[in-house]
Ligand binder design. Structure first.
Ligand SMILES: [Cu+2]
Length: 261
């Protein structure tokens, strides 16, 4: 679920390009008016006295991942995965982010097109949710479909930090048009826990060997390895896991055959 830095930058560049195109089109003034209206709505939604649509509390919790197997994790609302958030495409939501931990946090809306102020990436300029503080955000969800929210704190070599813990939850954005036909919704979340460093590898090292090699990729990889060894960094650590976990949010839903045409 970690967006690679490069693809993320490319995505943001593409998103920026789209916004630019809208403003240059003959409907430019309309787009600007819509933006101004959206800003006013956001301000109203952020009024502290009104209640948020959802509250996510980042906290340390004990989670039972299997009978009598209890692990200590940073979670959203004391559970793993975090609660299923249901949004409607194009309908603004307000989310309060409470941080009960000692670490400033970033909550990233994976796969959504939202502004950098709320997107949840510190390197792109989203303000942090302060340690033992809170942030209330408002945004218009989209595009529709299954999305995720997760911490965007970088773990580095700390196996207790970032997404090594329990800071992941599902989002469903109902489409504005064409809701689709289905009898049952199942939101399945899979995650590995109890990470440890190992050396030498726990799987055959040649399992990814392709029939034909990409010379460019291979050279880039070899060069990166030489540079890291030259800096005195250790050779060949990888992360293994002690537990794998799955959890489903499910509910039955009757299809209305009159509406689905
Ligand atoms: Cu992500």
């Amino acid at each position: 679920m970690k967006d690679s830095w490069k693809s993320r930058r490319q995505f943001l560049r593409a998103a920026g390009l789209t916004a630019g195109t809208v403003l240059l089109s003959p409907k430019g003034s309309l787009a600007q008016m819509a933006a101004a209206m959206h800003q006013r709505e956001s301000k109203a939604a952020l009024n502290e006295s009104s209640s948020a649509d959802y509250t996510l509390r980042i906290q340390e919790s004990a989670v039972e991942i299997a009978p009598k197997r209890i692990i200590s994790l940073t979670t959203y609302n004391g559970q793993f995965p975090g609660p299923l958030l249901r949004f409607k495409e194009g309908q603004q939501v307000t989310v309060e982010l409470d941080n009960d931990t000692d670490t400033p946090e970033q909550l990233h809306w994976h796969g959504q097109r939202v502004s950098t102020d709320v997107d949840g990436a510190g390197e792109e300029g989203t303000p942090f949710i302060p340690a033992h503080g809170k942030r209330r955000i408002a945004f218009t969800p989209g595009p529709s479909g299954l999305r995720f929210y997760h911490t965007h704190n970088r773990a580095g070599a700390n196996l207790y930090a970032g997404q090594y813990g329990g800071e992941v939850g599902p989002v469903f954005i109902e489409p504005k048009h064409e809701p689709g036909r289905y009898d049952r919704e199942v939101f399945l979340v899979l995650k590995e826990f109890e990470p440890t460093f190992s050396r030498g590898g726990d799987m055959p090292q040649d399992f990814l060997t392709p029939a034909t090699r990409n010379k460019e990729l291979e050279e880039a990889g070899e060069a990166a390895m030489r540079a890291s060894l030259a800096k005195g960094m250790p050779h060949g650590y990888e992360v293994g896991y002690g537990a794998f976990y799955q959890r489903a949010h499910a509910r039955a839903r009757r299809t209305d055959s009159r509406k689905a045409g």
